[in-house]
Design a protein around this ligand. Sequence first.
Ligand SMILES: CC(=O)N[C@H]1[C@@H](OP(=O)(O)OP(=O)(O)OC[C@H]2O[C@@H](n3ccc(=O)[nH]c3=O)[C@H](O)[C@@H]2O)O[C@H](CO)[C@@H](O)[C@@H]1O
Length: 376
Amino acid sequence: MEENLRIIISGGGTGGHIFPAVSIANAIKEQHPEAEILFVGAEGRMEMQRVPAAGYPIKGLPVAGFDRKNLLKNVSVLFKLAKSQCLARRIIKEFKPHAAVGVGGYASGPTLKVAGMMGIPTLIQEQNSYAGVTNKLLAKKARKICVAYDGMERFFEKDKIILTGNPVRQGLRNPNISREDAVRSFGLDPSKKTILIVGGSLGARTINNCVMEGLDKIKASGVQFIWQTGKIYIDEARATVARAGEFPMLHVTDFISDMAAAYSAADLIISRAGAGSISEFCLLQKPVILVPSPNVAEDHQTKNALALVNKNAALYIKDAAAKEALLDKAVETVKQPETLKNLSTNIAKLAFTDSANVIAREVFKLADKYRKENGR
Ligand SMILES: CC(=O)N[C@H]1[C@@H](OP(=O)(O)OP(=O)(O)OC[C@H]2O[C@@H](n3ccc(=O)[nH]c3=O)[C@H](O)[C@@H]2O)O[C@H](CO)[C@@H](O)[C@@H]1O
């Protein structure tokens, strides 16, 4: 008798890797309810909470990233990597997956490497317009590489690439909340224009500084704001706002769990240019000002942003110029319905509507072939 489908999904570190992974898992479960899915993440990283919260089991590896500044530290990183590979091998031997999916981030390196060495078919998903180091290394053994941007054959073998877009969480796609209710759920006034400020899953120092230094402007703008600071900046943000007086037009939070409500509430978004966020803006047709992080590998957020800006699908302010320009530009733009409409129309053209399902089908094809070839 054929065994239940078993799939390993590995990766994480930030929401940008975790949420696509969960969407792929959900799509696999929708298509094959009997499937067993096991996540493999990095100990101490965000996935160790977020994945169980999404209803899936996860095992942690002691893996860490290479330190480009302090080379000595990398001795322990290498040790952890070797240990992670041993652990990954044990996990794979016990779970006996029919396929392994890597979404980038620390844990996917050892997990997919070992899976590949053990003959398990692997699929990787690259969210960005510039391939990450881990995915470039894993690409050689991967059978399929799902990407979100054109031109990825400069990193990967053309025959393996499938242009799927980035999976977006199922709940975000069909938000069942009206703009009015959404605005109210943040304690704000539905009759006012609302700007959502997000700094990716971890928050963004530059954007937060713009808000903290621009509190007078915010008060005078006639506009209201939902401001996600990121966990490590929340205390400073709250204290700064408290010192500056009453701010009924500002909702401050470290992390937004209900992004569907935040998107419904927003007339305009200020955001970093993480690939996952961008895919959501496209799908939900949201006008956005992108402020790419300068602190990411190969400046990939600028490349993500320019892919939209070149099609008049988003506005763009460099991190270094944000202090001077960001708040003024946002307040000016949110009061221009024509500009908002054009941005919304243009960004909608870049959306992939069925990404998670397409990827899930590819995973199934690989797993099914393996199952048949190996008689289980
Ligand atoms: C600093 C860093 O390394 N950033 C990378 C990380 O970004 P980061 O983790 O910020 O990821 P993305 O912008 O891709 O996605 C953020 C995700 O978090 C969600 N969200 C965000 C804020 C919040 O309060 N609540 C919430 O649920 C968003 O809806 C989205 O689904 O992975 C991305 C995808 O590989 C990369 O493009 C980014 O460059």
